[in-house]
Design a protein around this ligand. Structure first.
Ligand code: ST9
Ligand code: ZN
Ligand code: ZN
Length: 335
């Protein structure tokens, strides 16, 4: 059952197809200037350090010693677990930018558990806070606290009290209503180690790989890699790039990031129109594998009610708040 305080209604518009709503009142709270306390959680610091050392060693084995089938499997797990975050936790559950039938919800929950970024319900709660209170103390990875904090530092310290103070304004009742997500959350401490570490280590032994190589390549390297590219959306994509849709916010468009995060690097667009299932205006498949996945699922009848934004609405917004880098001002309309 949802914990108390998680079922309040709110008027936020982050996942509704409310293309006319450009009410920024909820996102324009000025960043707090107070000095923030860093209450370091040493257990997390040590685990992250050990994970990254193991991940780097796994990268070395990936490049030098592992069987090609093992490397292929690691890339396969990267794509699957990545989709569990992009097409699952992010576009389906945090933003409700499309709807999914039960088999797809089960598949995406499995993929999401391989990614080990905590349960979908916890992930989506933080992410809804990130959009609603963007770049303030109530944003869990507030990018105004610097690159390191928004990348990984926020997972190494206690959360700012504002997150807990304002947390009750986020309605999570829709996700608590999904039995698949309730099952994942309830059994997370059993399912996550199995999906993220144990099975990725066991499966490559079927084609003769050593447990050692399989563990470091398919579990530690693949997991560390996916974590870091995901975190780039919070750090780099809030820092370096163009702002064709809204020059008054920090999120930017970054194609290099988009390539490795399966289409999630068009972050200025995404923060301007969060309910678009493409998380990008154009959504060319080469830079947006998640869109290819959702479109394929839609053809198979597994995904439906895909939300998007009309070109007219985008153009008006670009002209009103863009920084002038949009192709409407001469940029070549190609990916
Ligand atoms: C990870 C997540 O890495 C990464 C997320 C990235 C998001 C990116 C988004 C960008 C867009 C999408 C792009 C995708 C691209 C993907 C590409 C793939 C190829 N609202 O947390 P606690 C309250 S996870 C409301 O313990 P502490 C609540 O009452 C990595 N309330 O705070 C809560 O209790 P409960 C693996 C909230 O003690 C209570 O506070 N995981 C909210 O300060 C306590 O919460 C880890 O490393 C909220 N948002 O601890 C675990 N939040 O939960 C790391 C909290 O019972 N985390 N409350 O309701 C931790 O250890 C701890 O959370 C902590 C803070 C130490 C960081
Ligand atoms: Zn963001
Ligand atoms: Zn989002």
């Amino acid at each position: 059952m949802p914990p108390q305080g998680q079922t309040t209604t709110s008027s936020w518009v982050l996942y509704e197809n409310d293309a006319t709503s450009e009410d920024k009142s909820v996102t324009q709270v000025p960043p707090s200037a107070e000095d923030r306390k860093w209450i370091i959680v040493w257990r997390n610091v040590i685990l992250m350090a050990v994970l990254h050392i193991g991940g780097l060693y796994g990268a070395y084995l990936f490049l030098t010693k592992a069987m090609w089938t093992t490397c292929f499997f690691a890339v396969f797990l990267y794509i699957c677990s990545g989709l569990g975050i992009t097409a699952g936790a992010h576009r389906l559950w945090a933003h409700k930018s499309y709807k999914a039938r039960l088999p797809l919800r089960i598949l995406l929950t499995l993929f999401n558990t391989i990614a080990f970024q905590d349960s979908v319900i916890d992930w989506a709660r933080d992410h809804r806070m990130h959009h609603k209170y963007s770049e303030t103390d109530a944003d869990p990875h507030n990018a105004t606290r610097g690159f390191f904090f928004s990348h990984v530092g926020w997972l190494l310290v206690r959360k700012h009290p504002e997150i807990k103070n304002k947390g009750h304004t986020i309605d999570m009742s829709d996700l608590w209503a999904d039995p698949v997500l309730r099952f994942q959350k309830k059994n997370y401490l059993l399912l996550m180690p199995l999906c993220c570490f144990v099975l990725p280590t066991m499966i490559p032994t079927l084609w003769g790989e050593s447990l050692w190589n399989a563990y470091f390549v398919c579990a530690l390297f693949r997991y560390t890699y996916v974590l870091n590219v995901t975190w780039l959306v919070n750090s780099a994509a809030h820092k370096w790039g163009d702002k064709p849709y809204d020059k008054d916010i920090n999120p930017v468009e970054t194609r290099p990031v988009s390539l490795v995060v399966l289409g999630e690097g068009f972050h200025n667009y995404h923060h301007t129109f969060p309910w678009d299932y493409k998380t990008a205006e154009l959504g060319h498949y080469s830079l947006n594998l998640s869109k290819l996945f959702i479109d394929t699922m839609s053809l198979l009848g597994m995904a439906y009610d895909l939300k998007t934004v009309s070109r007219d609405v985008i153009e008006k917004r670009v002209k009103r708040t863009g920084d002038g880098s949009h192709y409407l001002w001469g940029w070549d309309d190609k990916d």
